[in-house]
Design a protein around this ligand. Structure first.
Ligand SMILES: NC(=O)c1ccc[n+]([C@@H]2O[C@H](COP(=O)([O-])OP(=O)(O)OC[C@H]3O[C@@H](n4cnc5c(N)ncnc54)[C@H](OP(=O)(O)O)[C@@H]3O)[C@@H](O)[C@H]2O)c1
Length: 312
């Protein structure tokens, strides 16, 4: 499969499930709106969709399979919730293909750093069979990324990317050297939750109550200075506040994976990654973000799901 240069990626975690949409996001979006958003994405040249078996409480993969995956690029994952068991990746992969109504998947990620050697060995087999185009790792720290690269290097397979939590207010992977390592090794860094589940959107826009928004409100009060800077940058470029958060990532050489359910969100994302921020704007955004001291779920929040190493 040919190389994939990602500029921005559409996240599907909040697609599908009514319960998830209403409880967590405050609203449920009809399938017809999501189909419109996919059409808008095609018009704007956004072709990559990020998925996993549990997204939309298990509905997102099936939905996209129904909508049609002929003209899009799929980024999907194997999620190890337990220790490695023989053929677990292959079995899960076959289910993914059935959901997508596909014979192959362009990018396949190991979702968590559990039993890295064993899980990657199965992904390598699928790669060699031509059923996976590119292999990536997600929620890995620098040492784990190095190990993954070493395993793949031995097989002559490039590590395509690292997909971790990163945003204007969660930049630990930049501070601890992972981002530089990716850059030095030509590995794409994808950032999930660039809008921090809605925290980095416009505080002046009122949205419906949801559990997520209830928990965010306390943090948002700490972010008044950051919002002021984001609004000033947005006004200068004639863009929206969430576009500033998306453009910030793109300007740092990071690929934003953004939870889009509506056509406008897709067109804003496509436009945002073309915006060139000045060094001064980036400095002011980072300064305000650092001094806001807002607490978000950590950059390595999913490590809690990684079972302790087996004793050898
Ligand atoms: N690899 C991993 O472990 C991992 C973990 C988590 C997520 N992810 C990926 O990352 C993706 C993004 O994360 P996410 O969906 O949880 O959160 P997110 O992208 O940080 O935020 C989504 C929220 O932002 C709002 N939004 C999106 N675009 C907007 C725009 N242009 N203007 C205003 N508001 C906008 C959405 O509004 P509405 O509510 O109105 O739609 C929603 O409330 C996921 O879908 C998934 O693909 C990966």
């Amino acid at each position: 499969m040919k190389g994939i240069e990602a500029k921005a990626v559409i996240g599907t975690n909040s697609w599908g499930s009514k319960a998830y949409g209403k409880v967590l996001r405050g609203s449920y979006v009809e399938d017809s709106i999501i189909i419109e958003a996919m059409r808008e994405a095609e018009n704007k040249g956004l072709m990559i969709y990020d998925l996993a078996r549990d997204y939309g409480l298990g509905k997102a993969q099936k939905m996209i399979g129904e909508f049609g995956t002929e003209n899009i690029i799929l980024s999907a994952k194997f999620t190890p919730m337990k220790h490695y068991k023989k053929n677990c990746v292959r079995r899960s992969f076959e289910k993914d293909l059935a959901d997508f109504k596909r014979e192959s998947i362009e990018i396949y990620w190991l979702h968590l750093p559990t039993d890295i050697e064993e899980h990657l060995a199965e992904m390598i087999e699928l790669y060699k069979e031509g059923r996976i185009g590119h292999i990536g790792v997600s929620n890995f720290d620098l040492d784990e990324c190095r190990l993954a690269k070493e395993i793949l290097d031995k097989e002559g397979i490039p590590l395509y990317g690292v997909q971790n939590h990163y945003s204007l207010i969660s930049r630990e992977w930049e501070k601890n050297g992972l981002l530089d390592w990716c850059r030095e090794n030509g590995i794409s860094f994808w950032a999930w939750a660039v809008l921090e589940e809605g925290m980095l959107t416009d505080p002046r826009v009122k949205t419906k109550f949801s559990l997520m928004k209830f928990f965010m409100d306390r943090q948002k009060r700490k972010m008044r200075e950051l919002y002021k800077v984001m609004i000033a940058v947005a006004n200068r470029h004639d863009i929206t506040v969430p576009q500033v958060a998306e453009a910030y990532c793109a300007n740092k050489g990071v690929v934003p994976v953004c939870g889009c359910r509506k056509p406008k969100q897709v067109s804003e994302l496509a436009e945002a990654v073309q915006i060139k921020l000045t060094e001064e704007e980036i400095r002011r955004l980072e300064q305000a973000a650092d001094s806001s001291n807002a607490k978000v779920m950590g950059h390595d929040m999913f490590r809690i799901l990684v079972p302790k190493k087996r004793r050898k």
